[in-house]
Design a protein around this ligand. Sequence first.
Ligand code: S3P
Length: 172
Amino acid sequence: MKKIILLGYMGSGKTTIGQILAKRLNLPFLDLDKIIEEKTKLSISDIFEQKGEIYFRKLEHQLFSEIMNEKQSVVLSLGGGTPCYANNYLLLNGDNIVSIYLRASINTLFDRLSSTKTNRPLIAETEETEMKEFIAKHLFDRSFFYNQATFSVDVNDKLKESIIDEILYKLA
Ligand code: S3P
């Protein structure tokens, strides 16, 4: 049994890289946000709006714990905040668990998130002019948790395939 967990800030590529990585490793792929959406039959934005962030964080913790307790091999992409709440980062410590921080710079995240922020409740209302500072502060607050990962991969200005190759090399 092996669990490979992808973590990192919103827009760092967790879902995209996770899907490709799972295919290359011939493992099932799970996306925590998607599981939360399926369970609640609501989009992440609607959960935040209708039920609030605390509800989301509790459910995120519960479902993440359940997956980590299953004896199934899997590639799992977390939400950007998952390791930073409810001591979730401690669940990354077990045997046969490898966690990978997809490390993106503030500029990379700003470029990617400016065009895709509407479905991300934490930044949907943030003005373009304030976005870079918001990301910088938020990333600073979260870095401690992201740096608990087994290893990190710099994803700036890289093709998906070279990020995958780097991960596979480090996993070998
Ligand atoms: C969040 C990131 C989102 C989603 C939710 C909260 C966060 O996932 O879980 O909107 O706290 O950073 P992505 O990182 O996949 O956008």
